[in-house]
Design a protein. Structure first.
Length: 145
Protein backbone atom coordinates (compact mmCIF):
# COMPACT_ATOMS: atom_id res chain seq x y z
CA UNK A 1 0.00 0.00 0.00
CA UNK A 2 1.36 3.40 -0.93
CA UNK A 3 0.18 6.34 1.14
CA UNK A 4 1.33 9.89 0.43
CA UNK A 5 3.86 10.63 3.17
CA UNK A 6 2.67 14.21 3.56
CA UNK A 7 -0.67 12.78 4.76
CA UNK A 8 0.91 10.78 7.59
CA UNK A 9 2.25 11.56 11.00
CA UNK A 10 5.20 9.55 12.41
CA UNK A 11 3.01 7.14 14.39
CA UNK A 12 0.84 6.28 11.41
CA UNK A 13 3.84 5.90 9.12
CA UNK A 14 5.61 3.46 11.46
CA UNK A 15 2.47 1.37 12.02
CA UNK A 16 1.91 1.17 8.25
CA UNK A 17 5.47 -0.01 7.70
CA UNK A 18 5.04 -2.65 10.40
CA UNK A 19 1.88 -3.99 8.82
CA UNK A 20 3.32 -4.06 5.29
CA UNK A 21 4.40 -7.72 5.60
CA UNK A 22 0.94 -8.76 6.78
CA UNK A 23 -0.64 -6.85 3.91
CA UNK A 24 1.68 -8.52 1.41
CA UNK A 25 0.71 -11.96 2.78
CA UNK A 26 -2.98 -11.11 2.41
CA UNK A 27 -2.48 -9.84 -1.13
CA UNK A 28 -0.52 -12.96 -2.09
CA UNK A 29 -3.25 -15.26 -0.77
CA UNK A 30 -5.88 -13.17 -2.58
CA UNK A 31 -3.93 -13.43 -5.81
CA UNK A 32 -3.64 -17.20 -5.37
CA UNK A 33 -7.39 -17.61 -4.96
CA UNK A 34 -8.06 -15.30 -7.92
CA UNK A 35 -5.65 -17.27 -10.05
CA UNK A 36 -7.56 -20.48 -9.33
CA UNK A 37 -10.75 -18.84 -10.59
CA UNK A 38 -9.32 -17.46 -13.85
CA UNK A 39 -5.90 -18.97 -14.61
CA UNK A 40 -5.61 -17.55 -18.13
CA UNK A 41 -6.30 -13.95 -17.16
CA UNK A 42 -4.20 -13.91 -14.02
CA UNK A 43 -1.33 -15.79 -15.67
CA UNK A 44 -0.82 -13.12 -18.32
CA UNK A 45 -1.21 -10.29 -15.82
CA UNK A 46 1.13 -12.04 -13.37
CA UNK A 47 3.69 -12.47 -16.15
CA UNK A 48 3.40 -8.75 -16.86
CA UNK A 49 3.92 -7.90 -13.19
CA UNK A 50 7.00 -10.10 -13.01
CA UNK A 51 8.79 -8.50 -15.95
CA UNK A 52 12.00 -6.86 -14.79
CA UNK A 53 11.67 -3.09 -14.44
CA UNK A 54 13.57 -0.29 -12.70
CA UNK A 55 10.81 0.07 -10.09
CA UNK A 56 8.43 -2.65 -8.89
CA UNK A 57 5.21 -2.30 -10.87
CA UNK A 58 2.40 -0.73 -8.89
CA UNK A 59 4.72 0.72 -6.26
CA UNK A 60 4.16 4.25 -7.36
CA UNK A 61 3.05 7.07 -5.13
CA UNK A 62 0.97 10.03 -6.22
CA UNK A 63 2.23 13.56 -5.70
CA UNK A 64 0.04 15.97 -3.77
CA UNK A 65 -1.13 18.67 -6.14
CA UNK A 66 -3.06 20.94 -3.82
CA UNK A 67 -5.44 19.21 -1.42
CA UNK A 68 -5.41 15.97 -3.39
CA UNK A 69 -4.62 13.54 -0.52
CA UNK A 70 -8.07 11.95 -0.45
CA UNK A 71 -8.33 11.80 -4.23
CA UNK A 72 -4.89 10.19 -4.37
CA UNK A 73 -5.93 7.61 -1.77
CA UNK A 74 -9.00 6.70 -3.82
CA UNK A 75 -6.91 6.48 -7.00
CA UNK A 76 -4.42 4.20 -5.21
CA UNK A 77 -7.28 1.93 -4.13
CA UNK A 78 -8.72 1.83 -7.65
CA UNK A 79 -5.30 1.13 -9.15
CA UNK A 80 -5.01 -2.00 -7.01
CA UNK A 81 -8.22 -3.61 -8.28
CA UNK A 82 -6.60 -6.35 -10.40
CA UNK A 83 -9.38 -6.79 -12.98
CA UNK A 84 -9.78 -3.06 -13.60
CA UNK A 85 -6.06 -2.34 -13.84
CA UNK A 86 -5.44 -5.38 -16.01
CA UNK A 87 -8.21 -4.33 -18.38
CA UNK A 88 -6.82 -0.80 -18.69
CA UNK A 89 -3.26 -2.03 -19.26
CA UNK A 90 -4.23 -4.62 -21.85
CA UNK A 91 -6.94 -2.75 -23.79
CA UNK A 92 -7.59 0.55 -25.50
CA UNK A 93 -10.30 2.05 -23.29
CA UNK A 94 -11.20 4.70 -25.86
CA UNK A 95 -13.20 2.05 -27.72
CA UNK A 96 -15.71 1.67 -24.87
CA UNK A 97 -16.14 5.27 -23.72
CA UNK A 98 -19.41 7.17 -23.93
CA UNK A 99 -18.21 10.41 -25.45
CA UNK A 100 -21.69 11.74 -26.24
CA UNK A 101 -23.09 12.05 -22.70
CA UNK A 102 -23.38 15.76 -21.90
CA UNK A 103 -23.49 15.00 -18.16
CA UNK A 104 -20.01 13.51 -18.19
CA UNK A 105 -16.59 14.54 -19.42
CA UNK A 106 -16.96 12.93 -22.86
CA UNK A 107 -14.53 10.19 -21.86
CA UNK A 108 -11.74 12.58 -20.87
CA UNK A 109 -11.76 11.54 -17.20
CA UNK A 110 -11.55 7.85 -18.12
CA UNK A 111 -8.73 8.56 -20.56
CA UNK A 112 -6.84 10.56 -17.92
CA UNK A 113 -7.32 7.74 -15.40
CA UNK A 114 -6.10 5.16 -17.94
CA UNK A 115 -3.00 7.28 -18.63
CA UNK A 116 -2.34 7.57 -14.89
CA UNK A 117 -2.67 3.80 -14.42
CA UNK A 118 -0.23 3.21 -17.27
CA UNK A 119 2.25 5.58 -15.61
CA UNK A 120 1.80 4.01 -12.18
CA UNK A 121 2.25 0.45 -13.45
CA UNK A 122 5.00 1.17 -15.99
CA UNK A 123 7.77 0.20 -13.61
CA UNK A 124 9.69 3.32 -14.62
CA UNK A 125 8.91 5.76 -11.82
CA UNK A 126 8.28 5.88 -8.09
CA UNK A 127 5.74 8.70 -8.22
CA UNK A 128 3.17 10.01 -10.65
CA UNK A 129 0.88 13.00 -10.80
CA UNK A 130 -2.87 12.81 -11.17
CA UNK A 131 -3.33 16.41 -12.30
CA UNK A 132 -5.30 15.47 -15.42
CA UNK A 133 -7.67 13.31 -13.35
CA UNK A 134 -8.06 16.13 -10.83
CA UNK A 135 -8.73 18.64 -13.62
CA UNK A 136 -11.69 16.66 -14.98
CA UNK A 137 -13.14 15.93 -11.54
CA UNK A 138 -13.01 19.59 -10.53
CA UNK A 139 -14.21 20.76 -13.96
CA UNK A 140 -17.55 19.05 -13.38
CA UNK A 141 -18.20 20.92 -10.15
CA UNK A 142 -17.08 18.33 -7.65
CA UNK A 143 -14.32 20.58 -6.31
CA UNK A 144 -14.63 20.05 -2.58
CA UNK A 145 -11.54 21.53 -1.04
Amino acid sequence: MVVPTHCLDETTASSLKGSQDNLNDILQSSKSSLQEESPETMKTFRDFLLLKTDVQRGRCGLRNIGNSCFMNSALQCLSNIPDLTEYILENDVTNILNITNDLGTHGKLAEAYADLIKDMWSGKQTSAEGSAVKQYIFQKGHGQQ
